[in-house]
Design a protein around this ligand. Structure first.
Ligand code: ADP
Length: 483
């Protein structure tokens, strides 16, 4: 890999401020999803390594917790600045292991770094409370304290941002962390650890163990030292980890799967809706948990919207990350491609029509054509399951009530999108949709200043914004007799 600073390509684990091989000496390959090439060989950590990381985080906790919020903030701001300084190298590492176009990777470095900057500021504003006393002779005070040692388990679709939106608030609040990044994308996590070290994050405060997911997960969820688990990934694994955390009654934050509806009303600005549709559906080749999964389009504008959408989708440039103008990279692996294909085949089998795409891309491997399907119905698999790929299925509806009922007819509740120019309808939809986030005439809603998170089977807790740091704080009540 062509990097300006080759030391950012780390292949060992990072525990207690040291770069270490796995106890077992095992390693695993990291491959480029665009061509299958092996780009690195990373230490495959297991139970013993994780135990050591947990102990290191526990040892580092008292001093980190005792520092002033301002002192922690200064270190975090240096981390933020180093991410900016090394943006190009971080983006190259990210694209090589994840496949997204370089322009998107640069965007993710900015987005990821923004959480470190935001929480460096927010950590200084963790205020307590004085409650008017209930009885004479005593005073009631609330203080907020860091939760303690926290674990983070993160996915491959945003190899930097899903880490920083956990590490930023955790470290700012005074917690220490053991991170297990996805095995597909450990290099971005390790590069972040290298920059954390350069920024002056003390040994043991931020530890990274990549490798045997089940073994590492079991250590993290069963350890009485770990007080909280923050997980981003599939609902299935999230549910399993929550169950595992029950034994030690840990706090949990869970960012899980979605089944986002994108509702286009007859009074929508169709050009704006198509622009939002492309952004929300095809970003990261459809591999984000807030990506639209179902387009619900009013009968009166169905033909016009589908025509405009197909034109826009056909114009998307499918190419390897480093190619100029690339907009759609490969999917992460062949299993992801199989799922897209299965949803398309199932839909066609039940009467859906291919409006564009529908096949593996001529580039081969994990590249798939951006696809639009028409006449999709609730009988098809894509109505109930997240595709996590470049497939836009169009459903029809004819009344607002029907749109709400269809949109909410899922166990998931992460993001929803609505396009309408009617103010009353915007409010009604904003309130009626059972989702943690609703984009109204906006297709990209994520920001470090806003609360990201879902309800129902999409998760627990919020990341980003002033709400995000609360997930890493305990509320303590002091009842003080003053007689
Ligand atoms: P995806 O389908 O997006 O890969 P997963 O939920 O399988 O989603 O993975 C998200 C994260 O959870 C990754 O870091 C993965 O390695 C980790 N993971 C998968 N299985 C387990 C497990 N049994 N215990 C702990 N972590 C796991």
């Amino acid at each position: 890999m062509n990097l300006t600073d080759s030391k950012l390509l780390r292949q060992q684990g990072y525990i207690d401020g040291q770069w270490l091989d796995a106890d077992s000496g095992d390693t695993f390959d990291v491959t480029n999803p665009a061509n299958g090439d092996t780009i690195a060989c990373v230490a495959r950590m297991g139970a013993g390594d994780t135990q050591r990381a947990i102990e290191a985080a526990n040892t580092a906790l008292p001093a980190w917790r005792e520092m002033t919020a301002k002192a922690r903030s200064q270190i975090l701001k240096r981390w933020f600045a180093l991410m900016q300084e090394h943006k190009e190298d971080l983006a190259r590492i990210l694209s090589a292991e994840q496949g997204k176009p370089l322009a998107e990777s640069r965007g993710e470095v900015d987005y990821g770094a923004s959480f470190i900057e935001w929480f460096a500021e927010e950590g200084k504003r963790v205020y307590g409370d004085v409650i008017p006393h209930d009885k004479p002779g005593r005073r009631l005070v609330v203080i907020k304290q860091p939760v303690g040692v926290v674990a983070a388990i993160t996915p491959w679709n945003f190899p930097i941002a899903m880490i920083t939106r956990k590490a930023g608030p955790a470290l700012a609040a005074g917690c220490t962390m053991v991170l297990k990044p996805a095995s597909e994308t450990p290099l971005s996590a390790l590069a972040l650890a290298e920059l954390a070290e350069r920024a002056g994050v003390p040994a043991g405060v931020f530890n990274v163990v990549a490798g045997r997911a089940g073994e590492i997960g079991t250590e993290l969820t069963h350890s009485p030292i770990i007080r909280k688990l923050s997980f981003t990934g599939s609902t299935e694994i999230g549910r399993q980890l929550m169950e595992e955390c029950a034994g030690t009654i840990k706090k949990v934050s869970m960012e899980l799967g979605g089944n986002a509806p994108f509702i286009v009303f007859e009074d929508a600005d169709l050009d704006a809706a198509v622009e939002g549709a492309i952004a929300s559906k095809f970003r990261n080749s459809g591999q984000t948990c807030v990506c639209t999964n179902r387009f619900l389009v009013h009968d009166a504008v169905y033909d016009a919207f589908s025509e405009k959408l197909v034109t826009a989708v056909k114009a998307l440039k499918v190419a390897a990350a480093e190619e100029d103008g690339a907009q759609q990279g490969p999917l992460i692996n062949s299993k992801a491609v199989d799922k897209v294909r299965a949803h398309i085949d199932n839909a066609i089998g039940h009467g859906a029509k291919v409006l564009c795409g529908g096949q593996s891309h001529a580039l081969g491997g994990n590249f798939f054509e951006p696809t639009v399907l028409g006449d999709v119905t609730s009988a098809m698999d894509v109505a109930g399951e997240e595709t996590f790929g470049p497939l836009a299925p169009l459903f029809r509806f004819s009344t607002e009530q029907e749109a709400v009922a269809t949109a909410n007819d899922t166990p998931f509740g992460l993001a929803a999108y609505v396009y309408t120019q009617n103010l009353g309808r915007s409010w009604r939809m904003g309130e009626a949709l059972e989702y943690g986030m609703v984009g109204i005439n906006e297709g990209i809603i994520s920001s470090e200043v806003a609360p990201f998170g879902g309800i129902k089977a999409s998760g627990v807790g919020r990341e980003g914004s002033h709400y995000g740091i609360e997930d890493y704080l305990e509320v303590k009540y002091l009842c003080m007799g003053i007689k």
